[in-house]
Write a protein that binds this ligand. Structure first.
Ligand code: GDP
Ligand code: IMO
Ligand code: MG
Length: 430
C-alpha cells in the first residue's frame, strides 16, 4: 500500500515521526515539496537525541531504503550537504540510497537574501517566513528565465553564463528595491555551484522515470508531505502561507506520479493547534493555556527556534483539510502534552457576524474575525508517555480522541503519547 503523509494544520504536526514509523514497511520514501523551511524531527528511541531533517526524507535513518527528492522541492544544496555531513558524523551514510531530481529548483544565497530583505521591508506586515529563500526560489521557478535547476549543475559552461546574467539582474533589482543591499557576488555563487555539482552529481537523476518504474514494480512508496494544508499556497490562509502546494493536492505536480498512485492519504494533526509566523489562527490561546502547551510540548520551531503560537484543537480546520486532501485516516500526535489541563476545548464550528459559518472561510480577514464555538471536555492528570495500548488511556483522554473521531468521520489510527517511535498507540482503521 502506498501512503502519503500530510500535515492537516499549519505544519509541525509530527510528520517526521509518522514517516519514520511507516518507513519500516516502505521500500521508497519520497520528499516532494517545500524546502529547508521544513524541519522534521525523528526520535528513534526515548534515550536517543533527536534528528532534525530539513530536506532529507525521514526514511533516511532506516537502512536499505531508497530516498528520493523530487522535482517539487526547492533544494538548498548547502543545507542538504550539511545534513548529510551531520548524519555521517552519527554513523548514518547517505550515498547510493539518495536520488535527487534534475528538475528540482536550486535555492541560492540571493534567494535567502531576498527573503530577508523583503521581510525586513515589510516590517509589521511581514509574513514571518523562515528566511530560507523559499518564496524567492519558487518565484524564480515561475518566472523561468531566472531559475536555476539541479540539472544545470551538470553543464558548467551553461551554468556560468546563466548565473552571470541572473546575478547582474538580481543586483539591479536589490539596488532598486531595498536600502543598502549587499551586492551578490557571481564568483562566490558559481564556486559554490561547482562544489555542489561534485558532491551531488552522482545522485542527480530523472526521478519521475525512476518512480514510475518503482510504481510498476509494485514497490511500497511512502510520500512525505512538508508544511501543512493551511500553509498551502492555493488552499491555505493566504497570504500567510508558504510558496508551494503543501496540501495533498500538490503531490502529483511535485512528483510526476498521478494521485491514484497513492492508496492512502494519512493526515497528521496535533491534539491541539500550533502556528509559527504571522496569520490568522482562530483558536489561538495567547494566554496561560497557550504557554502551558508551549512549555509542555516544547513548542519551538525545529528550523528557526521561534516560539510556536499555541491554541485549542480546531476541528473546522481539520474537517477542511480532510476534504481538500481526500484524507482517509488520521494520526493524532501530542496527546500526552494535554495532561494536566483541567478542561480541554475543541472548536467545532465558527460564527461570523453572529451566523454559523458553513465552510472554511477563504479570506484571512474573515478568519481573523470568526468566533470559535467550543465543545468542552474534562481533562486528565496522568502522564501518558508510558502507555502502550489505547484502552489503557485515562477515560477522559480516550473520550477526547473518540469524540474527535466522531466529529471528523475518519478513523484515528495512530495516537502519539511522546516524541519517540515507541510512544505511539496503534488502532485499527475499521
Ligand atoms: P513535523 O514538521 O511535522 O515533522 O514536526 P516537527 O518535528 O517540526 O515538530 C513536532 C515535534 O513534536 C517534534 O519535536 C517531535 O519530536 C514532537 N512529537 C511528535 N509527536 C509527539 C507526541 O506524540 N508527543 C510529544 N510529546 N512530542 C511529539
Ligand atoms: P514542516 O514541514 C511550520 C511557515 C513559516 C511562515 C510561512 C511561510 O516542518 O511542518 P516560508 O519560509 O515557507 O516562506 O514561510 O510558512 N512554515 C512552516 N511552519 N512548519 C513548517 O514546515 C513550515 N514551513 C514553512 O513559519 O509562517
Ligand atoms: Mg516541522
Amino acid at each position: 500500500m502506498n501512503t502519503c503523509v500530510i500535515g492537516l494544520q499549519w505544519g509541525d504536526e509530527g510528520k517526521g515521526k509518522v514517516v519514520d514509523q511507516l518507513s519500516e514497511t516502505a521500500d521508497v520514501i519520497i520528499r516532494y515539496s517545500g524546502g529547508a523551511n521544513a524541519g522534521h524531527t525523528v526520535v528513534r528511541s526515548s534515550e536517543e537525541e533527536a534528528f532534525a531533517l530539513h530536506l532529507l526524507p525521514s526514511g533516511i535513518l532506516h537502512e536499505n531504503k531508497l530516498c528520493v527528492i523530487t522535482n517539487g522541492v526547492a533544494l538548498d544544496a548547502e543545507t542538504l550537504l550539511g545534513e548529510i555531513q551531520r548524519l555521517a558524523e552519527r554513523g548514518i551514510s547517505v550515498g547510493e540510497n539518495l536520488k535527487i531530481s534534475g528538475r528540482a529548483h536550486l535555492v541560492m544565497d540571493y534567494h535567502k537574501t531576498q527573503d530577508r530583505l523583503s521581510e525586513e521591508a515589510l516590517g509589521k506586515a511581514k509574513l514571518g517566513t523562515t528566511i530560507r529563500g523559499i518564496g524567492p526560489c519558487y518565484a524564480d521557478k515561475v518566472t523561468r528565465t531566472t531559475a536555476v535547476r539541479v540539472v544545470d549543475l551538470l553543464n558548467k559552461d551553461r551554468l556560468k553564463e546563466k548565473l552571470k546574467s541572473i546575478v547582474e539582474l538580481k543586483n539591479k533589482i536589490f539596488a532598486a528595491l531595498y536600502d543598502n543591499p549587499e551586492p551578490v557576488d557571481f564568483e562566490v555563487i558559481y564556486q559554490k555551484c561547482l562544489l555542489w555539482a561534485d558532491a551531488l552529481g552522482p545522485m542527480i537523476t530523472d526521478t519521475t522515470a525512476l518512480l514510475h518504474r518503482i510504481w510498476q514494480d509494485n514497490k511500497v512508496m511512502l510520500f512525505e508531505g512538508a508544511q501543512g494544508t493551511l500553509l498551502d499556497l492555493d488552499h491555505g490562509t493566504f497570504p500567510f502561507v508558504t510558496s508551494s502546494n503543501s496540501s495533498a493536492v500538490g503531490l502529483a505536480a511535485a512528483s510526476g506520479l498521478p494521485a491514484k498512485s497513492v492508496d492512502r492519504f494519512l493526515g497528521v494533526a496535533k491534539a491541539y493547534s500550533t502556528r509559527v509566523g504571522s496569520g490568522p489562527f482562530p483558536s489561538e490561546q495567547d494566554n496561560d493555556i497557550g504557554q502551558y502547551i508551549r512549555d509542555k510540548g516544547h513548542e519551538y520551531g525545529t528550523t528557526t527556534g521561534r516560539p510556536r503560537r499555541c491554541g485549542w484543537l480546531d476541528a473546522v480546520v481539520l474537517d477542511y483539510s480532510i476534504r481538500i486532501g481526500g484524507i482517509n485516516e488520521l494520526a493524532l500526535q501530542h496527546l500526552d502534552t494535554l495532561s494536566g489541563l483541567k478542561e480541554l476545548q475543541i472548536c467545532t464550528s465558527y460564527k461570523l457576524d453572529g451566523k454559523k459559518v458553513d465552510f472554511f472561510p477563504a479570506e484571512a480577514d474573515a478568519l481573523d474575525q470568526v468566533e470559535c464555538q467550543y465543545e468542552t471536555f474534562p481533562g486528565w492528570d496522568e502522564d501518558l508517555r508510558g502507555i502502550t495500548d489505547f484502552e489503557q488511556l485515562p477515560e477522559n483522554a480516550r473520550n477526547y480522541v473518540l469524540r474527535l473521531e466522531k466529529v471528523l468521520g475518519i478513523p484515528i489510527v495512530m495516537v502519539g503519547v511522546g516524541p519517540s517511535r515507541e510512544q505511539t498507540l496503534h488502532r485499527s482503521a475499521n
